[in-house]
Design a binder for this molecule. Structure first.
Ligand SMILES: *Cc1c(COP(=O)(O)O)cnc(C)c1O
Length: 818
C-alpha cells in the first residue's frame, strides 16, 4: 500500500513535516465528505468559490492527519498541526492528478476513455452494463469527469478489475492533456460534437483538437464519421480508428437504415461485408446515437450477434439524478435503484447525510457489485461507510451481503427483494430518510413503489444542484469578506423551507431570514442552527422567539418597548435595526433616534447585531438615482447608529438585484432572495442562473370538441373549429393563477406549447392540444426551464415572486440532485 512518504516523490512535494507513517487510502477534496479520517489525505484545492485551506483546522480536529497544501508557511503549518504529515506543493490539484496518474500506471488492463459534447455519461454507463457479463468493470461514478472528478474516479482502480471506463469533460484549452495523463486510455469513444462549452474555445476546430488530446496513444478510437470536422481532424492526426456512419459505406460499420417500430428502433447495418438487423430499445435520436457507439464496440469485441441483441434488449435509460421523494409515514426516500458500486454508494450516503433534519437514516442496500475487492474487505468497507455516515438502520438484501451480517450491528437481512417485500411492514417505518440503493438486477423499484404514497398529479420539482449553482454565482459576485444572508421567507419562496435551509446550512451561508416567528421555529425544530433573523415578529410571539434563539427585526420604538419589557435581566439578546430610507414600509427614521438610543442605553443586554435597509427599486434601472439616494441615506444613518452605540454592527442593504447592480455597496452583508431560486431580477444576467423549480401536472383526460361547443365554466372557451382538449390536474387552488384562463397561459405537453381554453377551475383546467399527440397520463409542464417564470409572470402582469410563492402547499415538493 502506498504510504504518505512515497507520495512525496510522486507529486514532487516539499515535505513540511512527517511525523508518522500513514497509508494513503482515501483522497479527500471536499471537507464535508470526510468519512474515515484514518487513511484520508486531504488535498487543499483552491476553486472558484471555495478554498480548501480554510478547512484544515476543522479536518485536523476531526482526526485527519495527512494534508497536501499549496499555501502556508512551513514553520507555521507545523506548529498549528503538530501531529499531521504535511506536503507543500505548487498546486494541490496537479498533485492530485499526478497521484492518480501514478496509480493508473500500475495497471495494464484496457481503459476506455469517453469524451464528446453529449452522451458521455450514458455511453459510459451503457458500456459498463453491456460489458459487465464478461468483465469486472470500474467506471467514473455518475458524471465525475472534471479536473477533480477524473483523478478521484481513477483512484478507484483495484487489482481485480479487468476493464475501466472513464469519462472526461473539459471547458477550456489545456485541460484535456492533464486528463489524458490521468486516464491513459487504451481505447477511446468520441460521442459527438455539439455546442456545449463552445464559449471556452476559439472555434469548433480548436475544441475538437483539444478533446482529441485524450486519445493520444490509443489503440483505436470509436466515433461517428458523419461529424465532418471530427472526421477530418482524426484522419489528419492519423489516429487509428473504428468509424460508423449513416452516409459513408467505407466506414467500418455502415448503418444502412434506422426505422422506428413501436418503442424500438430497428437498425440495419453492414459490418465486414455482411448485412444484419438489430433492435435498440429506444427511439429518441440521442439514445440511438449512444447505442450505435456501443454497438460498434460490441462488434469490435466479436460478441456473437444473438448475444449482442440479448444485451441491448436489457439496456435501461440511465437515471441521471438522485431523487428525494415523499413516502409513507412521514418518511422520505432517496431513490437510487439503478446501480450499486462503492463510489456510487458513497455519493448517495453523502446526499443522505446532508439532510440531517429528515430524521433517522435508514439504508436499504443490495449486494454491492463490481468493487474489484475481495468480499470480506468489500463489506468491511461498506460497513465503515455506513457507520461514518451515521446510518442507524440497515436492511441488506442479497445472498452476499447477508453472509456478512455480523459486520452490521444495525442490520437486518433478506436473501432477495421478494423476501423483503413479503415481510414488508409499513408501520415499522416512521419519520426516516431512507436511501434505497440497489443494483439493477435486484429490482428495487418495487421497494420504492411499496414506500411511495399515491402522488397527487401535481408536483413541484426543486433542483438542488441548480440552487447551489445560483448560490455560488452570487457568492462569486460579492467580496469574500462580505457575509451572506439568505431569505427563506414564505416557505423559501415556495420551494420548501427545511430542504433549502438545510442545503444553505451545509453550504455555510452566514444568516437566514424568515418573515414570521413560526417559520423560524419550524426551521429550528428541523435542525437548523444558523442565526435566523425574523422580519415581522409580533408581540405575542416574543417568548417563542427567545426560546428558539431567533433574532427579531426591530423597526419602531413601540415595538422595541414591547420587546424589552419582557426581557430577563441576565441574558443577552441580538436584534436587527431596520432603517427606513425611502421604501416607507417598516423602519426607523432619524426623528426616532433619540427615543431609540435612550431605550437601548437603558437595556444594555440588547445588542444590535446588524442594521439594514431595503431598496425599493433595485431591479429597475429607472430607479438608479433613487437607489443611490437610499444607499447614501443608509450610510449616514448607520454611521449615526454605530457612533451612538459605540460598537460595530453589521450593515446591509442589497437584495438580489442590488448585488448585481450595485457591487460597490455590498457593505458587510448582502441579502439574497429571488436570485437563489433562479430569477435574476434585473434581467441582465439571467443566463448566469439556472432555473430551480419545475411545476408539473398530468393529463387526466383527452376530449374531442365539435365546432361551436364550449369548454368550462361560464362557457368562455368556445371551439372555433373542431378541437382536441386535454384536462390537466391543476387549478387555482394549487396556485395556478386564474388570469391564465382563455388562451393567456400555456403549458408544455410532449414538447408542444398548448394554450389554455376556457376558465381555470379550482382543481383543473383545460388546454387546447389539437394536432398534438397527447394521452391521459402524459406530463404537462406548467413552468420550468423551457417555460420560464419570467415569461409567465409577464403574460399576466405580475412578477415571478408571486407565481413561485403561490404554489399551494398541497402540491408535493420533490427534491433532486443531478
Ligand atoms: C425579501 C427581502 C429581500 C430579498 O429580496 P429579493 O428581491 O428576493 O432578493 C431582501 N431584504 C428584505 C428586507 C426582504 O424582505
Amino acid at each position: 500500500m502506498l504510504t504518505f512518504q512515497q507520495l512525496q516523490s510522486i507529486v514532487q512535494g516539499r515535505e513540511v513535516q512527517f511525523v508518522q507513517p500513514l497509508p494513503v487510502v482515501h483522497l479527500l477534496t471536499d471537507s464535508r465528505k470526510l468519512s474515515q479520517p484514518a487513511g484520508t489525505v486531504f488535498f487543499a484545492v483552491r476553486g472558484k468559490y471555495n478554498d480548501g485551506h480554510q478547512y484544515l483546522p476543522q479536518l485536523y480536529a476531526q482526526g485527519v492527519r495527512a494534508f497536501v497544501v499549496e499555501q502556508g508557511e512551513p514553520g507555521e503549518l507545523a506548529t498549528r498541526y503538530p501531529e499531521a504529515n504535511i506536503l507543500l506543493v505548487e498546486s494541490s490539484l496537479e498533485a492530485l492528478q499526478q497521484l492518480a496518474a501514478w496509480h493508473r500506471s500500475q495497471f495494464s488492463i484496457p481503459v476506455i476513455g469517453v469524451t464528446g459534447s453529449n452522451g458521455k455519461t450514458i455511453v459510459k454507463e451503457w458500456l459498463s452494463q453491456l460489458l459487465s457479463p464478461d468483465e469486472l468493470v470500474v467506471k467514473s461514478p455518475r458524471s465525475y469527469n472534471s479536473q477533480l472528478g477524473v483523478p478521484l474516479s481513477v483512484w478507484q482502480l483495484q487489482p481485480n478489475h479487468t476493464l475501466a471506463i472513464f469519462e472526461a469533460g473539459i471547458s477550456q484549452p489545456g485541460e484535456m492533456e492533464r486528463l489524458q495523463q490521468v486516464i491513459q486510455p487504451t481505447l477511446g469513444v468520441f460521442t459527438n460534437v455539439g455546442s456545449a462549452h463552445d464559449e471556452g474555445f476559439a472555434s469548433r476546430e480548436q475544441k475538437i483538437a483539444e478533446k482529441l488530446k485524450l486519445f493520444q496513444g490509443v489503440e483505436l478510437l470509436f466515433y461517428c464519421a458523419d461529424y465532418e470536422l471530427l472526421h477530418q481532424a482524426v484522419q489528419a492526426q492519423g489516429i487509428k480508428s473504428f468509424t460508423w456512419s449513416r452516409h459513408q459505406p467505407e466506414a467500418n460499420l455502415f448503418i444502412n437504415a434506422t426505422t422506428t417500430a413501436g418503442q424500438k428502433t430497428i437498425v440495419v447495418y453492414t459490418y465486414q461485408g455482411e448485412k444484419q438487423r438489430l433492435a435498440i430499445p429506444f427511439t429518441d435520436e440521442a439514445s440511438v446515437e449512444n447505442a450505435l457507439h456501443c454497438l460498434a464496440l460490441l462488434l469490435y469485441r466479436r460478441l456473437p450477434l444473438s448475444e449482442v441483441q440479448d444485451r441491448l434488449d436489457r439496456l435501461h435509460p440511465v437515471a441521471m439524478r438522485l431523487e428525494m421523494k415523499e413516502a409513507i409515514n412521514g418518511c422520505y426516500l432517496i431513490d437510487d435503484t439503478y446501480n450499486n458500486d462503492l463510489a456510487g454508494l458513497a455519493i448517495a450516503l453523502d446526499l443522505q447525510a446532508s439532510q440531517p433534519q429528515r430524521g433517522r437514516r435508514t439504508l436499504i442496500l443490495s449486494d454491492v457489485l463490481e468493487s474489484g475487492l475481495p468480499e470480506e474487505q468489500l463489506y468491511e468497507k461498506v460497513a465503515g461507510l455506513a457507520q461514518a455516515h451515521k446510518v442507524q438502520r440497515l436492511i441488506g438484501i442479497g445472498p452476499t451481503i447477508s453472509k456478512y451480517a455480523h459486520l452490521f450491528p444495525q442490520g437486518s437481512f433478506y436473501t432477495s427483494t421478494a423476501d423483503f417485500l413479503q415481510a414488508f411492514d409499513a408501520s415499522s417505518f416512521r419519520g426516516e430518510l431512507i436511501l434505497v440503493k440497489g443494483a439493477r438486477v435486484f429490482g428495487f423499484e418495487k421497494i420504492v413503489q411499496a414506500f411511495q404514497q399515491k402522488v397527487h398529479g401535481t408536483v413541484l420539482e426543486v433542483n438542488l444542484d441548480a440552487l447551489v449553482h445560483n448560490l455560488n454565482y452570487y457568492r462569486s459576485r460579492v467580496a469574500p469578506a462580505t457575509k451572506l444572508m439568505v431569505m427563506v421567507k414564505a416557505f423559501a419562496y415556495g420551494s420548501g423551507s427545511f430542504e433549502v435551509a438545510n442545503l444553505l446550512q451545509f453550504h455555510r451561508v452566514d444568516y437566514l431570514a424568515v418573515a414570521y416567528v413560526d417559520e423560524g421555529v419550524a426551521l429550528r425544530e428541523n435542525g437548523i442552527t444558523l442565526p435566523i433573523m425574523v422580519m415581522n415578529p409580533s408581540q405575542d410571539s416574543f417568548a417563542k422567539l427567545r426560546q428558539y434563539n431567533l433574532e427579531p427585526e426591530i423597526y419602531s420604538v413601540e415595538q422595541l418597548q414591547d420587546f424589552v419589557s419582557s426581557l430577563e435581566p441576565e441574558a443577552t439578546y441580538k436584534i436587527h435595526l431596520k432603517l427606513d430610507t425611502g421604501m416607507h414600509r417598516l423602519g426607523f427614521v432619524p426623528e426616532d433616534f433619540e427615543a431609540l438610543f435612550e431605550l437601548l442605553h437603558r437595556y444594555p443586554q440588547v445588542q444590535v447585531a446588524s442594521t439594514f435597509s431595503h431598496l425599493a427599486g433595485a431591479d429597475e434601472a429607472v430607479h438608479n438615482d433613487f437607489s443611490q439616494l437610499q444607499v447614501s441615506r443608509f450610510r449616514s444613518m448607520a454611521a449615526a447608529v454605530e457612533e451612538r452605540l459605540k460598537y460595530k454592527v453589521i450593515k446591509h442593504i442589497l437584495n438580489s438585484a442590488g448585488i448585481v447592480r450595485f457591487p460597490e455597496h455590498q457593505l458587510d452583508m448582502v441579502r439574497l432572495g429571488i436570485g437563489l431560486y433562479g430569477v435574476e431580477a434585473t434581467g441582465s444576467e439571467q443566463e448566469a442562473l439556472r432555473p430551480v423549480s419545475t411545476l408539473k401536472t398530468t393529463v387526466s383526460q383527452v376530449k374531442s370538441i365539435k365546432q361551436g361547443e364550449t369548454v368550462g365554466y361560464s362557457r368562455k372557451g368556445i371551439a372555433s373549429s373542431d378541437r382536441t382538449t386535454a384536462t390537466i390536474a391543476i387549478g387555482y387552488a394549487d396556485g395556478y393563477d386564474r388570469r391564465f384562463s382563455n388562451g393567456v397561459g400555456q403549458v408544455l405537453i410532449n414538447g408542444h406549447r398548448c394554450p389554455l381554453i376556457g376558465n381555470v377551475c379550482m382543481d383543473m383546467c383545460m388546454v387546447d392540444v389539437t394536432g398534438v399527440a397527447v394521452k391521459a397520463g402524459d406530463v404537462a409542464i406548467v413552468f420550468g426551464p423551457q417555460l420560464t417564470l419570467v415569461e409567465l409572470a409577464q403574460s399576466i402582469g405580475t412578477i415571478p415572486y408571486e407565481l413561485l410563492t403561490n404554489v399551494s402547499t398541497r402540491v408535493k415538493r420533490v427534491f433532486y440532485a443531478e
